[in-house]
Design a protein around this ligand. Structure first.
Ligand SMILES: *[C@@H]1O[C@H](CO)[C@@H](O)[C@H](O)[C@H]1NC(C)=O
Ligand SMILES: *[C@@H]1O[C@H](CO)[C@@H](O)[C@H](O)[C@H]1NC(C)=O
Ligand SMILES: *[C@@H]1O[C@H](CO)[C@@H](O)[C@H](O)[C@H]1NC(C)=O
Length: 215
């Protein structure tokens, strides 16, 4: 265990990833993702390429360029597999297109150093399934056949559960700590995290491309 005091925000702080996937039909999907620290947008993800864009000067901190690249690869591969699985399931269950799935996952770091994790999936704006990070189990949030089938498939895949537990328990919490440390200087300057939330920039998406990080 670390002996130096870890950076902990003065008030509870949440890092969340939001992903929206629009299934137009069996062969066409659009995916958009973003990360928010509190209400401040820190990253965006356009999955025509699955490149992470850094929207804050400190947003690339905490992971090495290689780790960001691996994360992009993991998202791209897992998303392709997820889209394939959903298309098969939807066709088996005779559900129609188009439809939208939304994911919210992340963690909240509390001032006493403990953290809370969450991972919820929705479909067409309704709760669908949630991942319980402590038990590593997916729980159906509605009782229809499609949802129960999805829950069964997700629970069958232990690798996904273990990966998610790791990402939410370790990576997410470490990222918040890193952002607190690296973002403090640029965000604080007489402000606090609450004020920083209102200063939402609108960067040119091309400006903070992956190429910028590796150059
Ligand atoms: C699927 O949806 C896309 C985007 O809306 C559309 O361009 C394409 O023609 C559709 N393909 C089929 C097979 O319906
Ligand atoms: C997710 O991506 C990683 C890295 O590419 C791969 O090892 C893993 O099997 C993938 N998992 C799923 C469920 O697609
Ligand atoms: C930390 O704070 C949270 C929220 O205030 C509380 O629920 C939890 O019990 C606390 N944990 C410890 C170990 O103090």
């Amino acid at each position: 265990l670390p002996t130096s005091s870890p950076p902990v925000p003065p008030e509870s702080l949440t890092l969340r990833l939001l992903q929206t996937i629009i299934f137009h039909n069996a062969s066409s999907t659009d995916m958009q993702g973003m990360a928010l620290l509190g209400d401040l947008e820190t990253h965006s993800l356009d999955c025509s390429t699955c490149k992470v864009r850094f929207l804050q000067p400190w947003a690339q901190q905490g992971l090495t360029p290689k780790q960001w690249q691996d994360l992009e690869k993991l998202i791209y591969n897992n998303l392709s597999n997820f889209i394939r699985m959903v298309n098969i399931l939807v066709q088996e269950e005779g559900e129609g297109y188009p439809f939208v799935t939304q994911f919210t996952e992340g963690c909240e770091l509390l001032p006493n150093g403990t953290s809370r994790r969450f991972c919820d999936a929705g479909m067409n704006g309704e709760d669908f399934v949630s991942f319980e990070t402590d038990s590593g189990k997916w729980v159906a949030r509605r009782g229809d056949k499609l949802t129960l089938k999805a829950q069964e498939i997700l629970n069958y895949n232990q690798v996904v559960a273990i990966t998610l537990q790791f990402l939410l328990r370790m990576t997410c919490v470490n990222q918040i700590k890193s952002f607190v440390q690296h973002g403090k200087e640029s965000l604080e300057r007489g402000q606090n995290w609450g004020l920083a939330r209102t200063a939402r920039p609108t960067p040119d998406p091309g400006e903070w491309s992956w190429a910028w990080l590796v150059s």
